[in-house]
Design a protein around this ligand. Structure first.
Ligand code: HEC
Ligand code: HEC
Ligand code: HEC
Ligand code: HEC
Ligand code: HEC
Length: 189
């Protein structure tokens, strides 16, 4: 590198490179932040599936569909075969059920929009919480009253930790509930 190039690099190129890098980091940070911390986020879904109808009025158990909740890290959105347990018959002539059946018959996944999401570097596990009898509604709000799912709580580190510290008081109606962990490695593994 000759001196004038080095000079040009340090005074002009380098600041531009740093500026672009910083700007794109900031952008990614705020965009992903908005997605994962979206209280009130209620995207329109490809089929207007209603929790109010199925889990509220028909009283279906949450875990009939979200089978992972007591067994694994993810509660999981059900496959279309779960819907077809009923919809090969129920309302099969309605336009949305015809569409549902088409997706199912073609073996396609329904492109449901993901709502709740914490970043990959943090660890959350449904089964630990659900098996301690913490109700879904404690974290997700009254989903069974909603036609369209809406994020009720913000999943910042502070929110996780404030329940972990205060669980025995906050969840006093659950017998034998203990505090959750507050050490960094419990949630950052
Ligand atoms: C008949 C099946 C079924 C039942 C029963 C059901 N759900 Fe769901 N749930 C779904 C489907 C399908 C989606 C994805 C579409 C949507 O968001 O509406 C979903 C989405 C969700 C989401 C959002 C997932 C995300 O992307 O963040 C939550 C939270 C949820 N359900 C909680 C519950 C709770 C709590 C109950 C019980 C009160 C329940 N569900 C009962 C089928 C069901
Ligand atoms: C246990 C049976 C059962 C399961 C499982 C079930 N549904 Fe339903 N669903 C019904 C019944 C019954 C109705 C009609 C209720 C009414 O209108 O009184 C209905 C209504 C609907 C409707 C409204 C249809 C219309 O236009 O009238 C949609 C959309 C729907 N379900 C989607 C789904 C999806 C998506 C799943 C799977 C995630 C699912 N359902 C799982 C029983 C079920
Ligand atoms: C202690 C709080 C808490 C409880 C209790 C809880 N959830 Fe969740 N749920 C979360 C968090 C946090 C996420 C985002 C997790 C992630 O990004 O990995 C989530 C995500 C979800 C999702 C979408 C992603 C996935 O993991 O499959 C569904 C569906 C869901 N929850 C349903 C339920 C149901 C049904 C119950 C009750 C049986 C329940 N949750 C209980 C906090 C909770
Ligand atoms: C109960 C679970 C939990 C514990 C304990 C925990 N964290 Fe976190 N942490 C999270 C979650 C969830 C996020 C992502 C949500 C957010 O950005 O607030 C996070 C985000 C972070 C971030 C990114 C900050 C940001 O704003 O994007 C850092 C750094 C971090 N944690 C460090 C720590 C350290 C250091 C400790 C120990 C003193 C710790 N965490 C303990 C759950 C936890
Ligand atoms: C409503 C209260 C509540 C909220 C909100 C909550 N937790 Fe917990 N969590 C608990 C309790 C209570 C325990 C301890 C259960 C026990 O061992 O008795 C626990 C345990 C855990 C554990 C230990 C798991 C193990 O393997 O032992 C992890 C990790 C964890 N929580 C992560 C999270 C993260 C990440 C969040 C936020 C996204 C969160 N929790 C939000 C109540 C909560």
């Amino acid at each position: 590198m000759n001196k004038s190039y080095l000079d040009y690099f340090l005074k002009i190129r380098l600041p531009i490179i740093l500026f672009v890098a910083l700007a794109s980091l900031t952008f990614t940070y705020y965009v992903s932040r908005a997605e994962r911390d979206g209280v009130g986020y209620a995207p329109e879904q490809p089929i207007p599936y209603s929790h109010k109808l199925h889990a509220g009025m028909m009283g279906m158990d949450c875990q009939y569909c979200h089978t992972g909740a007591s067994k694994s890290r993810h509660a999981m959105v059900p496959p279309l075969s779960t819907c077809m347990n009923c919809h090969t018959i129920a309302r099969k002539n309605m336009p949305n059920i015809i569409r549902l059946t088409q997706y199912y018959n073609e073996g396609k996944l329904m492109p449901w929009k993901r709502i709740h999401k914490i970043p990959d570097y943090a660890y959350f596990n449904h089964s630990v919480h659900v098996n301690k009898n913490i109700p879904c509604q404690q974290c997700h709000g009254n989903i069974q009253e909603l036609d369209v799912v809406k994020q009720a709580n913000s999943w910042t580190m502070n929110n996780c930790i404030s329940c972990h510290k205060n669980a025995p008081e906050l969840l006093a109606n659950i017998p034998g509930i203990k505090k959750g962990p507050v050490n960094c490695f419990a949630c950052h593994r």
